[in-house]
Every structure is written in C-alpha cells, then in structure tokens.
Design a protein around this ligand. Structure first.
Ligand SMILES: [Ca+2]
Ligand SMILES: [Ca+2]
Length: 186
C-alpha cells in the first residue's frame, strides 16, 4: 500500500514538473457573434460603393433613418451647406453623394418639395465637382442651363430644384434642407 502511495506521489510530481497542458484557446479566439446576411437589396447598387461594404454585421439603420441598400438616409432642416455637412458628420454620416438615377430617385422620395443640399461642391475650382464624402463625382442630374455659377459664386449642389426636381448649383450660404447618408450599422 505504501508503495502505491509513493508511486502516486512520484507520478503526480512528474506531471507537475512537465507543466500544465496546453491551454485551450481563450474565449476571445472564436467570435461567436452572429453575422446576419445583408440580404435585402444589398446588391442593388452598383460597385461604386464597395469600400467597407463587406462588413455587414447587421442590417439596421439608426432610429429615424431610412434604409436604401447599404446606406441609411435622413433629411434635416435648413442650414448653410458647410453647416449641413458638419451636422451630417456629427451623426455619423456625410451629405449624400448621388451616383446614379436610382439613388437620385431614392433621395427625391424623401424630400417632398424641399430644396436640399447633397455632397457635391465645386468650391475648390469652378466646374470641378467633388463629393465631400470622397466618392467620385460620376453622376449628375443638372437642370437645363445648370450649373450656371450664377453671380460667379455658386459652388454647392442642390437636388429637387424647380418643378422638374433636377439639380442646381447654388450659393453655399443659402439655407436649404439637407440629406445625410451613412452606412448601415456603421
Ligand atoms: Ca461653381
Ligand atoms: Ca445655379
């Protein structure tokens, strides 16, 4: 019996001296967060919105925003263009950049008859339009005769101008409604 006890003691000491077995992977190694598929019309839009869109951890927009594809849109009250952009940034977005007719129509569906700022500006150089969110300026729906840079000082783009609901370049200090956009769940 004593022999058995000694054997067990020696055996357990050997185990201890060999160190502990390799630890199991920590709980952080295996993210178990459920990733919902972004099924609803996520691929409607063309490839101009590829950056970051692979991260689709959920499919919801914040309260008050309307979802169109991978973007959430919200309309805000009248401000100068620069203040409108700052407000959009303060709520996690930018002024809406419009890249095709479908996106233009989506925006118009929210606007009623409100004249509304979007992301486009040629403030750096007249006639050289850029989107303030950094996306390419690759679509426009200018009204006939626009952009006319009226008075030599129109550097910001509005949608929903005139009864034809087309685009106009306007003085950036005019106080128009604005439409902000952000990524779904970004
Ligand atoms: Ca201009
Ligand atoms: Ca104009």
């Amino acid at each position: 019996m004593k022999l058995l006890v000694v054997f067990l003691l020696v055996g357990s000491m050997m185990v201890l001296s060999e160190g502990f077995p390799e630890p199991e992977p920590g709980p952080e190694a295996e993210p178990t967060e459920e990733r919902e598929a972004d099924t609803e019309s996520a691929n409607e839009e063309s490839g101009d919105e590829d950056e970051h869109s692979v991260v689709k951890r959920a499919t919801r927009c914040p309260c008050g925003w309307r979802r169109f594809g991978t973007r959430c849109l919200i309309v805000k009250g009248p401000l100068k263009w620069i203040d409108a952009q700052r407000r959009c940034q303060s709520i996690g977005g930018n002024l809406l950049s419009v890249h095709n007719a479908q996106q233009n129509n989506q925006a118009l569906s929210l606007l009623g008859n409100k004249r509304t700022w979007i992301a486009a500006s040629d403030a750096q150089e007249d006639g050289q339009w850029l989107n303030v969110d950094g996306t390419p300026f690759n679509y426009a729906n200018w009204c006939s005769g626009e952009p006319n840079n009226h008075g030599g000082r129109e550097s910001c783009a509005e949608v929903n101008f005139s009864g034809r609901r087309c685009w106009n370049d306007e003085s950036c200090s005019s106080r128009l409604y604005s439409i902000c956009a952000r990524r779904v769940n970004s």
